[in-house]
Design a protein around this ligand. Structure first.
Ligand SMILES: [Zn+2]
Length: 102
């Protein structure tokens, strides 16, 4: 009964995956599940394989580029700062109107 209370009714297996950037991730599967050969690395999004010595090549091109990275790439720092200011002002004006309502 104690085991059921801990939510461990279904036996599980932990599988390690390794990406080409040297990250490792442990993913837990039900024992009866078919364990996939590859998994997206939760840290960088690159494909990760089960063989630590032979991680799959990074075929995707920077899949986890952040929105800020895009902004910085396309615009000068000053423009990025302007966008940030604009967003902050919008946020503040929204908050102000919210104060009026309540
Ligand atoms: Zn990774």
């Amino acid at each position: 009964m104690g085991e059921a209370e801990r939510g461990e009714a279904a036996p599980r297996q932990a599988v390690s995956y390794f990406c080409s950037r040297g990250h490792s991730a442990v993913v837990t599967f039900a024992v009866e599940a078919v364990v996939p050969d590859s998994w997206d690395c939760p840290k960088c999004g690159l494909p990760a394989g089960r063989d630590s010595e032979n991680a799959p090549p990074a075929t995707k091109i920077e899949p986890y580029k952040t929105h800020l990275a895009y902004v910085k790439e396309r615009r000068s720092d000053q423009e990025a700062q302007d966008i940030l200011d604009e967003a902050l002002q919008l946020l503040r004006s929204r908050r102000k109107s919210g104060d009026l309502i309540f």
